[in-house]
Design a protein around this ligand. Structure first.
Ligand SMILES: CC(C)(COP(=O)(O)OP(=O)(O)OC[C@H]1O[C@@H](n2cnc3c(N)ncnc32)[C@H](O)[C@@H]1OP(=O)(O)O)[C@@H](O)C(=O)NCCC(=O)NCCS
Length: 438
């Protein structure tokens, strides 16, 4: 990385570092994750996040490690609907496997940040009986024994530890009021803890780079309803399905963002948290992008977006002064503070016509429906303002508008004042969309 790359990276990361300080992040390290990658790969980044002021809870699973112990002891590995059947012998293997992983994680965190001045500084870790459990009971005639569900999370106690800067390690064991130990699913624990803490984020690692659609594509963002629909396309009781269900539940109950990340990629947590586009799949209730009315502070963002298109002759050049004077006419698509799309709306009141101009989407974000979203927003406003038609003048984007219901029209159909300003040299084509109800 060159010096200028590092400066660029640092500038991009700094607002996120600032924004996340003091926020709670719950990280799920499933047993599969810990079996596939050594803690040495993931733990240093977790320690780094802790030193940057994030409050971190690590929930860890132990499914394959428990299987291994059961097989070693000659005991059967039994599941029903994806839940382990936990009899007394199995429970002994569960507690051994969990205890071993906890010790390994604690040891690794004690190293602090290796290869840095903070080496050996150690990160304080704590664990405890924070999860109250209840038995699953008998399902379809199968007694699941010591397999349980989360009944309650002692959030105040966890918060107290987090306030002191400690990382809280939570295993998939819960305790009942009757003093019994229960084996829980790591997805249940992670989502319950994230919900109880009102956590900003829940990050879950997976073997895949995120949620993969049926056609093999990685989906980068899912709304809650899309994620719920995706559950139907995921193999029942599989790890992916459990993770997706847990993600939906967490978002439904107030966790702002759930990230599904690949454990195969080095530094994936840092990339997800501190770069604008992150990686993996983000599931959230509120749309990450929003189309809104432009404000004076957006002028530079809009200029950065439209200048290259003006230079190519796709958009009509506008001076900064004109843009500043006309900023009220713009709508922008804001992606976490960055302007990734815009459009200008000019109303011709007496003709009840609205011109849609300067429609642009940042090339890095094209082809993902953002243009449609801007158009939809513009049309909603046009309808609200009582317009009967929306028209555009375009040189190179005719088909995009035609495919969205605009019809080719002649210059004569434009409002008179607009006709007088028509630039013959540009020879733009006119397209009109009639709004419903007129
Ligand atoms: C036109 C534009 C706003 C669309 O934004 P977008 O976010 O990519 O739009 P969507 O994701 O909603 O739609 C993508 C579709 O539009 C098509 N498309 C993109 N540019 C197009 C063009 N110039 N002509 C025809 N279709 C086009 C894409 O091929 C894609 O279709 P596909 O999925 O069937 O292949 C964007 O391409 C852009 O900024 N272009 C340059 C500026 C411009 O031409 N503005 C209009 C001047 S008024």
């Amino acid at each position: 990385m060159s010096a200028s790359d590092s400066v660029f990276w640092f500038r991009q990361a700094a607002p996120y570092i600032h924004a996340f300080r003091g926020k709670t992040l719950v990280i799920l390290l499933s047993g599969e994750t810990l079996a596939a990658v050594s803690p040495a790969q993931i733990i240093p980044d977790i320690a780094l996040l802790n030193t940057l002021g994030l409050k971190i809870v690590v929930v860890f699973g132990a499914r394959p490690q428990i299987d291994e112990r059961l097989e070693g002891a000659g005991l059967p590995v039994r599941f029903h609907h994806g839940m382990r059947v936990t009899d007394e012998d199995t429970l002994a293997c569960v507690t051994e496997a969990v205890g071993r992983i906890r010790t390994e994680l604690e040891a690794r965190l004690s190293l602090g940040l290796i290869n840095s001045p903070m080496h050996g500084a150690g990160v304080r870790v704590c664990s405890g009986n924070y999860i109250v459990a209840r038995p699953v009971g008998v399902v379809d005639g199968v007694d699941l024994g010591y397999t349980g569900y989360v009944r309650k999370v002692h959030a105040e106690d966890i918060n107290r530890q987090l306030q002191m800067g400690q990382i809280v390690l939570i295993p998939t064991l819960g305790y009942s009021h009757t003093g019994e130990v229960f084996n829980l699913s790591c997805e249940d624990v992670a989502s319950s803890v994230a919900i109880a803490l009102g956590s900003e984020k829940l990050a879950m690692f997976s073997a895949d780079p995120g949620i993969i659609l049926d056609d093999g594509r990685l989906v980068r963002e899912l709304s809650l309803s899309e994620a719920m629909a995706q559950v139907e396309h995921t193999e029942k009781d599989s790890e992916s399905s459990r993770r997706l269900i847990a993600a939906c539940r967490a978002v439904q109950q107030g966790v702002k963002r759930v990230h599904i990340l690949s454990y195969q990629d080095d530094g994936v947590l840092l990339q997800e948290l501190f770069t604008r586009d992150g990686c993996g799949t983000l599931i959230s209730d509120n749309d990450y992008d929003q189309v809104r009315q432009a404000q004076p502070a957006d002028v530079n963002g809009i200029l950065a977006l439209i200048r290259p298109l003006e230079e190519k002759g796709i958009l009509v050049p506008r001076s900064q002064e004109t843009l500043e004077a006309e900023i009220d006419r713009f709508i922008v698509e804001d992606r976490d503070g960055m302007i990734v799309g815009c459009a200008a709306l000019h109303c011709f009141q007496s003709e009840k016509c609205m011109e849609l101009a300067c429609v642009a989407v940042d090339p890095r974000y094209r082809g993902t429906g953002r243009g449609d979203k801007i158009l939809e927003h513009a049309l909603e406003l046009a309808a609200k303002w009582g317009m009967r038609q929306v028209f555009v003048l375009t040189t190179q984007t005719a088909h995009w508008f035609v495919e969205r219901g605009f019809r080719a029209a002649s210059v004569d159909e434009l409002p008179i004042s607009r006709r007088q300003m028509y630039n013959l040299q540009r020879n733009s084509k006119v397209f009109i969309l009639e709004l419903p109800g007129h």
